[in-house]
Design a protein around this ligand. Structure first.
Ligand code: ISE
Length: 336
């Protein structure tokens, strides 16, 4: 059976996780090159994968023999250049979120794809591949709870990494709710407000954590998001949709319940690679199948652009304390 040769760009937490999944749980694909400016890190990830070479720059990895598709998991500011290199070779791309740190960069990606006349870039918004999210999307699309009025979202991480900034609560974390809301509702986000209560004592010095974000949508729905990245107890992503005819909630946890010593308890996942493990696998399997045909199977560069535009407005709202409208260019025909 022929397998798709993948270059993994970025050998940090997500790059290593994806490379492992391609090696172990995703059929029809193999990692043939790993690139990271930290050569030792690239070697460490490549070492576990038969036939994979280690490189210190993306261009060399993309030029390696057998590369047919590219998975980009480097830091956000490096995405645009790596996408450009991949598109110049006509290679399908799965790019971790954010597509680019700002909408201007995402627009350049849209232009490059339009010049090629096809969509080759998929964005790693993995929640769209999660079974619970898919069930909620199916219910909403079938009109199961009528016209959606609200999405109430909670997004909690046990602890933030040392490099996390107050802006990243929006651009790195809430960006998932932005994409999930656009997809679940089939609407664009039109305005963003951000509220910052007194920081939790558990938040590192200077980090505005938690925050509360309110998104307004083109269909008149409201989406509220509690983002709390040092909640201490674990990783939790919940979403309750309220419609004219009912409500539906996902993310409540379905772990085994233990009754012992007068208490009922359930384990809580500690990390997104655990909570969304199945979604990451499904995302990769679908992308590998689509990439083998030269296409995408999930959120595309337009979705990456729209999320970047909403986050840019969100950061402005956070810095000024003022509700900020989202400006989107007209959606090009390629993405309709
Ligand atoms: C992280 O980068 C992710 O993408 C996770 O899914 C999210 O839950 C977390 O808040 C982000 O920092």
């Amino acid at each position: 059976m022929s397998t798709l040769g993948i270059a993994v760009i970025g050998a940090g937490k997500m790059g290593a996780d994806h490379a492992r999944r391609i090696g172990r749980t995703v059929g029809g694909a193999r990692v043939v090159a790993v690139a990271d400016p930290d050569g030792d890190r690239a070697k460490e990830v490549a070492a576990g994968l038969e036939g994979a070479g280690a490189h210190t720059d993306a261009a060399a990895a993309l030029a390696a023999p057998g590369v047919e598709a590219v998975l980009i998991a480097s830091p956000g500011p490096a995405h645009e250049e790596a996408i450009g290199l991949a598109l110049a070779r006509g290679l399908p791309v799965l790019c971790e979120k954010p597509l680019t740190p700002d909408p201007a960069g995402a627009l350049r990606v849209l232009e490059a794809e339009q010049r090629l006349g096809r969509r080759l870039v998929q964005v790693g918004f993995m929640r769209r591949h999660d079974a619970e999210y898919e069930e909620l999307k199916g219910l909403l699309d079938a009109g199961g709870i009528g016209r959606p009025l609200f999405l109430h979202c909670r997004h909690r991480n046990a602890a933030s990494p040392s490099f996390f900034t107050s802006d990243m609560l929006i651009s790195d974390s809430v960006v998932h709710e932005v994409d999930a809301a656009r997809w679940l509702l089939g609407q664009e986000v039109t305005a963003v407000s951000v509220f910052s209560p007194a920081p939790s004592a558990a938040a590192p010095e200077g980090l505005r954590d938690p925050r509360f974000v309110l998104l307004e949508t083109s269909g008149g729905a409201l989406v509220d998001v509690e983002i709390f990245v040092n909640c201490g107890f674990g990783y939790e992503v919940r979403c309750e949709a309220v419609g004219e005819g009912g409500s539906a909630e996902i993310g409540g946890g379905t772990a085994m319940a233990v009754r012992s010593a007068g208490r009922r308890s359930e384990a809580i996942a500690q990390d997104f690679t655990v909570r969304f493990a199945d979604a990451y696998d499904r995302q990769l399997r679908r992308w590998v199948a689509a990439a083998a045909q030269g296409g995408v199977a999930g959120p595309d560069a337009w979705d990456g652009y729209a999320a970047a535009a909403v986050c840019e407005a969100g950061l402005k709202a956070a810095h000024t304390g003022v509700r900020t409208a989202v400006e989107l260019v007209e959606r090009p025909a390629l993405y309709r």
